[in-house]
Each structure stands twice: as C-alpha cells, then as structure tokens.
Design a protein around this ligand. Structure first.
Ligand code: NAD
Length: 306
C-alpha cells in the first residue's frame, strides 16, 4: 500500500506520523511545493521509522514521484491564523486545490485511487477536488467532521465517566462554524443519551449541553490560540479513516463526500476499500434537521463564490 501526502506542513507531518504508526502501509511519499521542507520531513520521519514499523518514507521533487499511490492525502494550503475562520481560506486554498488535483490525477490510476481531502474549508474543497478529478464521489473523501465527532465523543466521555469507545455521537454538516451536533442520535452503551443519564444519575443540564456545544465548535480556535495550529487530532483522524479503507472495515464515519444534490457535507457514511459505499440520513429533531439544511446552504453558497 503506497500513500502520497501532498503538503507537509504541521498537518501533513502529523498525518504522516499517524499513518506510519498504523503499520498498514509500506511506502509513504511526501510532496510539498517547499521541497526542502518535504525532504527534511522525510528524513526525520525516516529516522522515526527505524524505531517502529519498517515504512519506506521519501520526499519527491515532482508529481511523477507519486506514481503507484493507492491513496493520496491532500493537506496543503493555508491554515487559520488567530481570528480567522475556515471560510477565510476559501479563495487561497481553492487555488491550491486547482494546482494540485490535476497534477495528481495525471500520475495516478483513476480506476481505483482514493483522494482524501484535509485542506479547509473542507467541504468546498471536496466539491472542487471532485469536480477537477472527475472521480466517483465515493472516492473523493473529506475528513469532514470526523475530528469534531471525536472531540464531542471525548468531552461526553469525560462528562459521563465512560470510555469514548462506548459512545456513539456524531457532529454533522459543515466542518466549520455551522456544524450540527446530532444530540438526538447519541447512544451510550446502546442506550439513548437521556436514558443513560437517568440510569446513571449523571444528568446533562441544558446549560451543560450549551457548554459542550461551545467547546466542540470552538476547539480549533482555542488550540490555534494556544499552539498556532491544530495537527495531532486531524493526524489521528486521517489514520483512522485510512484504516477503515485499507482493512475494508466498513466503519461508519462522519466524512464528507459530494452527494446527489451536488453538495459535500458530513453524514454518517460507510467507508471501506472502495471508498464511501453508503450514506445514512440520521433521525434528527426538527431543529437539528433545520440546522443541517442551513449548514448545507452555507457550503453551497461558499462553493458559489469560487
Ligand atoms: P502549514 O502552513 O503548516 O502547511 C501547509 C503546507 O502546504 C506548507 O508546507 C506549504 O508549502 C504547502 N503548500 C501550499 N501550497 C501548496 C501547493 N500548491 N502544492 C504543494 N504544497 C503546497 O498548514 P497546516 O497547519 O499543515 O494546515 C494545512 C491545511 O489543513 C489547512 O488548510 C488547514 O486549515 C487544514 N486543516 C484541516 C483540518 C481538518 O479537520 N480537515 C484540521 C487542521 C487543519
């Protein structure tokens, strides 16, 4: 399994480390328009590989070097600075995607390659990458709200004193300021959230819910404030997505692909070796459904600005 990573900044490097540590790939190639940065990352990661799985890691100077890649991860482009939203990156990163995707497609096997998009604003970049690549929608996969869902799961786990593995909870819609927490669909140990809270006498008040929502929606802003960018969470999310693809696990992940209506946003989707095969429509409250539709409208509007 050969994986190419385009863009080896904070996120690309963390993704490379997390992917290497899965032990599921035999080769990782790194490309960045800053060749020195890619070479330094390959060198450093190569040293790390000597302590763990024997993965061949190299930097490539041009797109011919990604030939034979089964999966291409795009993590290039500007990141949010303090005070910026993901949407502020729209025009700049659209140019980055326009630069990268045609060159990638000229060097991979379009019959089976899978593109994973990490660049923000995520959902619009998925729409653009799908348009440029002409790949089937299920093989242009944005990490979407995987990270947001992970953040929600972690916060709930700490609140309820159970393992995150025992919680099913999804954040849906845009990977951005309009993402929607599917409170109606949360289950803990197979029980709906409210039932779990009643049985364990750990009620979550309305104001506690608002606080959780605030923390999920603002996590990236707080991390950027403290360390300049976010990378560990997304690195782990990409590795998790890759695992479901490489092992054909058919796990249900909140990833973003272009749907029949032409809009990409996150829903619970089945992910396996051929990409996304099934998308689910969650049972949400009327308010949550309205919020999800509003989120889709924002993504559509932003795509229209390109
Ligand atoms: P960074 O500035 O550290 O790195 C970006 C890298 O992209 C740089 O090395 C740069 O040289 C490279 N690059 C830019 N244009 C390029 C091009 N045309 N071809 C090849 N390489 C190019 O930024 P970062 O912190 O690594 O963030 C990268 C992207 O990931 C941003 O858009 C950020 O918002 C996004 N991100 C997404 C998530 C998510 O959940 N989807 C999470 C965190 C960050």
């Amino acid at each position: 399994m050969k994986v190419a990573i385009i863009g080896v900044g904070s996120v690309g490097s963390a993704v490379a480390t997390a992917v290497k540590n899965t032990g599921l790939v035999h080769e990782i190639v790194l490309f960045d328009r800053d060749g020195m940065r890619a070479r330094a990352a390959a060198e450093d990661l190569g040293h790390a590989a000597s302590f763990g799985f024997d993965v061949k890691i190299s930097a490539v100077n041009n797109y011919r070097g990604i030939r034979g890649a089964d999966i291409v991860i795009i993590a290039a482009g500007a990141n949010q600075k303090i005070g910026e939203t993901r949407t502020d990156l729209l025009q700049h990163n659209a140019e980055v995607i326009r630069d990268i995707v045609p060159r990638v497609m000229a060097n991979v096997d379009s019959r089976n390659v899978i593109l994973i998009i990490v660049t923000n604003p995520l959902d619009v970049m998925v729409m653009l990458a799908r348009e440029l690549s002409r790949l089937p929608a299920g093989r242009v996969i944005g990490t979407g709200t995987m990270l947001d869902s992970g953040r929600l799961r972690t916060i709930l786990a700490r609140t309820l004193s159970v393992s995150p593995q025992s919680i099913h909870s999804f954040v849906l819609g845009e990977h951005g300021d309009t993402s929607v927490i599917d409170w109606s669909g949360i289950t803990v140990g197979g029980l709906p959230l409210d039932d779990f809270c009643r049985q364990t006498k750990t009620p979550i008040s309305v104001s506690a819910r608002r606080t959780i929502e605030y923390r999920v929606h603002n996590a990236a802003y707080e991390i950027i404030h403290g360390r300049g960018a976010t990378w560990d969470g997304i690195g782990a999310a990409v590795a998790d997505l890759l695992r479901s693809i490489i092992n054909d696990e058919h796990r249900i992940l909140t990833v973003s692909i272009v749907a029949k209506d032409g809009i990409a946003m996150s829903l619970p989707r089945v992910v396996g070796a051929s990409g996304v095969t099934v998308s689910l429509i969650p049972k949400m409250s009327a308010t949550e459904s309205a919020e999800l539709r509003a989120s889709a409208r924002v993504i559509k509007k932003n795509f229209g600005l390109l």
